[in-house]
Write a protein that binds this ligand. Structure first.
Ligand code: ADP
Ligand code: ASP
Ligand code: MG
Length: 454
């Protein structure tokens, strides 16, 4: 189905994260980067720190600690007042910006007067992106840039299952793009959306990347660019390991594995829509715009260990059952328990007498354990991390697993998963060993060639 007319083809979608819009200077830099007479959709996150502050305000309201909530709200108002004063010099636009700020502050404040539930929390969390885009749009106006606000709540939507409603998104984007014909730059909010009931919702923390990718896929964009505070996907977690290197090229599958297994630079689901439409995703740094960054596409350097990532907060569950394990239907019965509680499994290994698997969502753990105990003895290990080695591992090329195991020889491994896909070898370690594991893999596998091991 081709919904769009020629005018909307060859558009790029550019997403700028929290740090990239984190100060008046950074916003000025973003305006420079986007102002080149090419039609584009610009997706902005909240100013860095704002969503965390809104989460904290919400937790105060859950606890009915209105005094602390009021303090936090005042701090935020001061920060934005300062931000606007530094960014917007035109008096008329500045007073418009202050009116917008007051509107949002009053809106947040109103939630302290009544009952506070998940519904109100989601509405509070949306204020960060609504504020950053409103302020940025006023700055663009001041600079004479042909830009307009393009409200995400009018087209971005999730369904009953919490999954993007692709059809709704596409149809509404088409309608709105026609309405905005003649505007070069459409500024929209990342992260926020409506749910199946029309309420304000979001695409989970870090979700602005996902917004950009969903828009890109819906409009068949020429390219999706994720602008952040680092020069692309690095070959290891720069928060844990020193001297990590940017990776120039990744396949969609490799990038998806890294994002899913903890590379914070990309939201875990953000690669899928781009992959489905074969749209190139480029990761770039606003702090160093001339750096090459990373290109994510169908191309990949074959036979290469590319990168390592780690995902924390993992719980391992072992079910021991000598009697039943090999009986057919047993695995299905176990999986049905997880299906019942809508809990997805990340890693799985089996032996003659036991099955081990991991989950990261423990909200229904007690019920899950109770149900699993019908099948045998259940053991639970919390505070685990999945360490995931990603690359293009051809089965024909011997030795990858050996190299990985050799690098990790000093570290106790709780589970090992190899062969599930050609892109991923994962091990489960106690989170206390994560740093050592990432560094060992870096020293042995990644450091030697700068990009990875062949
Ligand atoms: P933004 O606010 O722009 O969305 P994020 O903080 O979500 O930025 O993502 C960028 C951060 O991701 C980097 O500053 C870096 O610390 C972290 N990160 C974790 N793993 C990786 C990796 N493999 N490559 C690059 N960055 C990574
Ligand atoms: N502002 C949201 C967050 O902090 C979304 C994002 O930055 O991508 O999670
Ligand atoms: Mg992010």
């Amino acid at each position: 189905m081709q919904l769009f007319n020629q005018n909307f083809l060859n558009m790029k979608v550019l997403k700028f994260g929290g740090t990239s819009v984190g100060s008046a200077d950074r916003m000025r830099q973003v305006a420079k980067l986007i102002n080149n007479n090419q039609p584009k959709i610009v997706v902005l996150s909240a100013v860095s720190g704002t969503t965390n502050q809104l989460v904290e305000m919400s937790s105060m309201l859950y606890k009915s600690d209105v005094a602390r909530f009021n303090q936090l709200l005042l701090i935020m108002e001061d920060q934005y007042t300062d931000f606007i004063e530094k960014l917007i010099t035109n008096q008329e636009l500045r007073s418009e910006a202050f009116s917008v700020l007051t509107l949002h502050m009053n809106h947040i404040d109103a939630f302290s007067k009544d009952m506070f539930t998940k519904f109100e929390e989601r509405a509070i969390l949306a204020q960060g992106e609504l504020l950053s885009t409103a302020i940025f749009a006023l700055y663009c106006k001041q600079e004479g840039i042909n830009a307009n606000l393009f409200p995400a709540l009018d087209f971005m939507r999730i369904n009953n299952e919490g999954e993007p409603d692709d059809y709704y998104i596409k149809v509404n984007l088409e309608r709105m793009l026609k309405e905005f014909e003649g505007t070069d730059i459409l500024i929209t909010q990342g992260f926020i959306c409506r749910n199946a009931y029309g309420e304000i919702d979001n695409l989970k923390r870090g979700g602005s990347d996902y917004t950009a990718s969903l828009i890109g896929a819906a409009i068949d964009a020429e390219e999706i660019q994720i602008w952040t505070d680092i020069d692309g996907m690095h070959n290891n977690d720069p928060r844990v390991v020193q001297n990590t290197q940017p990776i120039r090229q990744l396949s969609f599958d490799e990038a998806a594995e890294l994002a899913y297994f903890g590379a914070k630079i990309l939201h875990p689901s953000s690669v899928r829509p781009a992959k489905e439409k074969n749209i190139v995703v480029r990761l770039k740094s606003t702090l160093d715009p001339t750096a090459e960054g990373t290109i994510i596409s169908t191309a990949s350097n074959r036979n290469f260990i590319k990168a390592v990532a780690a995902k924390d907060g993992i719980t391992a569950i072992k079910i021991k059952s000598g009697r039943m394990l090999l009986a057919y239907g047993f695995l299905r019965s176990v999986f049905e328990v997880f299906e019942l509680y809508k809990t997805s499994i990340d890693m799985i290994t089996t032996s003659e007498v036991a099955i081990s698997l991991t989950i990261d969502d423990t909200s229904n753990l007690d019920e899950i354990i109770k149900d699993l105990e019908k099948f045998g003895i259940v053991e639970v290990d919390r505070d685990q991390s999945i360490v995931c080695v990603v690359g293009d591992f051809l089965a024909e090329r011997a030795g990858f697993a050996n190299e990985i195991m050799h690098a990790l020889k000093e570290i106790p491994l709780r589970m090992v998963s190899y062969g599930g896909s050609r892109n991923n070898v994962s091990v489960l370690v106690n989170s206390d060993h994560k740093k050592k594991a990432l560094n060992a893999l870096n020293d042995y596998l990644l450091h030697q060639t700068g990009e990875g091991m062949e």
